[in-house]
Write a protein that binds this ligand. Structure first.
Ligand code: PEP
Length: 255
């Protein structure tokens, strides 16, 4: 696919996979996708599998490791948390921040996601910052307002240079894990809006470079159509990233 920005396909394994299962999936992906150069590929296993998966894909030319969250603090008395310094031990390059499940279940605010984003950048991790509206918000015509508030809050205080390391994921909450995908036109509209807001918050050059992923029931069958949209620069994949066949097909259909 002829795109302005290099596509990024990221798999969010969420709270799935034992270490053995994670190794089996990562091994299959390595065999299937090991030679792919056209798109960036990131897999985000649970924390408990990072160590082993990182050893397995150490020499991979194509697959990079991501985490699903991290603390805004760096080492100390924060029971149960994981910090950037710990992720770096396993060659983690990316970290998903502000996923809607963390906003919903852990009550994460834009201010907290902003602090985590800054902590990730300070540790040279690339944050994948998630935004998106609920069904009620979409039906009340609040999509742009909600996404604008999230973008503005989560990216507050970042420099233009730092923005080059940031990836944004637009994930309409109503499309996550529901089998309902935004139409490619709905996705494009919001992606275009986000890019316009990035121009206003930073500048046109930053907006032209930033990658905006779509997430929400992405599967092999809808990948091509979604990725063909001008402002869609990749996908954040949940359910379909749990099987080597479907994730590999998503990657291949995006090329
Ligand atoms: C996600 O959780 O980031 C996601 C997009 O999930 P799914 O692909 O299962 O909708």
């Amino acid at each position: 696919m002829d795109k302005v920005r290099k596509l990024l396909i990221a798999g969010n394994w969420k709270m799935n996979k034992t270490v053995a299962e994670a190794l089996s999936l990562a091994g299959d992906l390595q065999r299937e996708l090991g030679l792919v150069k056209e798109v960036d590929i990131v897999i985000c296993p649970p924390f408990t599998a990072l160590s082993e998966v990182s050893k397995l894909i150490l020499d991979s030319k194509s697959i990079r490791l991501g985490a699903q969250d991290m603390s805004q603090h760096n080492f100390g008395a924060y029971t149960g948390d994981i910090c950037a310094g710990m992720l770096k031990e396993f060659s983690v390059r990316y970290v998903i921040l502000g996923h809607s499940e963390r906003r919903q279940f852990a009550k994460e605010s834009d201010a907290l996601i902003n602090a985590k984003t800054k902590a990730a950048l300070a540790a040279s991790l690339k944050p994948i910052v998630c935004v998106g509206e609920t069904l009620t918000e979409r039906e009340a015509n609040l999509t742009e307002k909600v996404v604008d508030t999230q973008i503005t809050g989560c990216l507050a205080g970042l420099t233009k240079d730092q923005m080059d390391e940031v990836v944004i994921a637009y994930e309409p909450v109503w499309a996550i894990g529901t089998g309902k995908t935004a139409t490619s036109q709905q996705a494009q509209e919001v992606h275009q809006f986000i890019r316009k807001r990035i121009t206003a918050l930073f500048d046109d050059a930053v907006a032209k470079r930033v990658r905006i992923l779509y997430g929400g029931s992405v599967k092999p069958a809808n990948t091509r159509e979604l990725m063909s949209q001008r402002d869609v620069d990749g996908a954040l994949v949940g359910g379909a990233s749990l099987e080597a066949r479907s994730f590999s097909d998503i990657v291949k259909n995006s090329i």
